[in-house]
Write a protein that binds this ligand. Structure first.
Ligand SMILES: Cc1cc2nc3c(=O)[nH]c(=O)nc-3n(C[C@H](O)[C@H](O)[C@H](O)COP(=O)(O)OP(=O)(O)OC[C@H]3O[C@@H](n4cnc5c(N)ncnc54)[C@H](O)[C@@H]3O)c2cc1C
Length: 403
């Protein structure tokens, strides 16, 4: 599948992590990870850090799937609001999922800091705007749910929003626990760190086209006719993981993003908050280290890449209009536009773990708008599973809940 098109900013900003190392013989490894995006990289890093032998296989150059198109906002709030998730899966599980998501931002921060990697990770607050009175009612409900469970949240009324943030909206939720980064830089830096330490083998341009269960684990078959024998296989294949799933579980969507030319630092909005809103589909925005603005959203159900790409120009104009409405005084000169495919699940939660208890094919699928925080959680859960350690979070994200 063609996962994105147009020119994702990160592709122009970063030098290509120019690895070309197709699998050219049969190999044996304890854990084979399929996918070298931010998920595969975080999983590989976690396993290497615990001394578990692993290799990564990717059909493309490293991290050139969704990871290079990601706007990489790291927020604890997931696509399904806490007040709705409580209705869907019960209070205990919903709150635990939100807490796990909150913790994962600090875990990402610590992961990079511990290794001395700098993927432009920056702590920024989040402002979640009501787009109309219906949105305001929703935010009030959401505020109560989050406050009741001790999750970080403040309510900002219309007057304060106008006076402090120069934003005209009926109200907003605010928290100062979010972050943003460059997920391509993060993934490639993690892979390079472990590769340099000789803890990781990275096979690029190697598609895993088939697999067979064996007594010891799994046998994987590459497109070039080579075999990988492994005890565990981790599917970090992003939105192309369908061939490994026993039934289709993802709802694919297309999303659009535009980045501005750099602005003067003082031309940006207060605290450079991540901003999103209650509209459906939602509008979101962030800034970059070089004072650009990224705006995104306008999601539509994905049919095929050609139809998705045809909409780029119209979606760009719509996003620009939404930005203008929010910040009429900021001049946004578009520099690059791109679109990508991503996926949701019915409850907004990721798919982490085996399909059936005890199976050695483990999924690390961070589906949803918060894919990257879910990738961090997946890395820890799967490493614990392989080490035979208990991890209560598995019950929240196990695949069998969607059977
Ligand atoms: C425009 C856009 C904006 C986004 N914004 C955000 C955001 O603000 N915050 C956030 O958290 N998330 C966001 N997301 C989602 C986030 O980008 C994804 O959750 C994340 O990048 C997924 O990473 P991944 O490693 O799981 O998948 P990918 O990056 O797609 O990596 C999967 C890899 O697996 C490889 N692969 C697939 N099948 C095979 C196979 N059979 N054999 C070998 N290799 C294979 C692919 O080549 C690919 O490199 C956004 C996504 C898009 C498109």
């Amino acid at each position: 599948m063609d996962l994105h098109s147009g020119l994702p900013f990160w592709m122009a900003k970063n030098a290509l992590y120019n690895q070309f190392n197709p699998l050219d013989k049969d190999v044996k490894v304890q854990v084979a990870i399929i996918g070298s995006g931010i998920t595969g990289a975080l999983v590989a890093n976690e396993l290497c850090g615990r001394g578990i032998e692993c290799s990564v296989f990717d059909r493309r150059s490293p991290a050139m799937g969704s990871t290079i198109a990601s706007t990489a906002q790291l927020q604890y709030e997931i696509d399904v609001l806490l007040c709705d998730l409580i209705k869907d899966i019960g209070e205990e599980k919903a709150v635990a999922a939100y807490r796990a998501s909150l913790q994962s931002i600090t875990d990402l921060e610590n992961t990079f800091a511990d290794l001395g990697i700098d993927p432009d990770f920056r702590r920024v607050p989040t402002l979640f705007l009501a787009d109309n009175n219906r949105g305001l009612r929703l935010l009030r409900k959401e505020f109560k749910a989050r406050e009741k469970h001790g999750l970080p949240v403040c309510f900002i009324d219309k007057d304060k929003l106008r006076d402090s943030f120069h934003i005209s909206a009926p109200g907003a939720l605010y928290n100062d626990t979010s972050a943003q980064m460059d997920s391509y830089k993060a993934a490639t830096a993690l892979l390079e760190y472990r590769r340099k330490k000789k803890q990781l083998q990275l096979f690029t341009h190697t598609e895993i086209v088939d697999y067979k269960k064996t007594e010891a684990g799994y046998l994987l078959y590459s497109d070039q006719g080579h075999q990988v024998s492994c005890q565990y296989v981790i599917i970090a294949a992003g939105f192309e993981a369908g061939r490994f799933l026993p039934k289709p579980l993802m709802k694919l969507e297309s999303t659009y993003a535009v980045i501005s030319q750099p602005l003067a630092a003082d031309a940006l909005w207060k605290e450079r908050c991540l901003i999103w809103n209650t509209a459906q589909p939602y509008f979101y925005m962030r800034s970059t280290e070089d004072n650009r603005i990224i705006i995104g959203g306008e999601d539509v159900p994905f049919r095929d890449p050609v139809k998705r790409d045809r909409l780029i120009r119209a979606k760009k104009e719509k996003l620009l209009r939404q930005f203008k409405q929010l910040f009429p005084e900021i001049t946004f000169i578009p520099a690059m536009t791109w679109c990508g495919t991503f996926s949701n699940t019915a409850d907004g939660l990721p798919l982490i773990g085996p399909w059936k208890t005890g199976d050695k094919m483990l999924f690390a699928l961070g589906y949803g708008g918060n894919g990257i925080t879910f990738s961090m959680i997946a890395a820890q859960i799967l490493a614990n599973l392989i080490e035979g350690k208990e991890d209560n979070r598995i019950k929240l994200f196990e695949l069998s809940r969607l059977l």
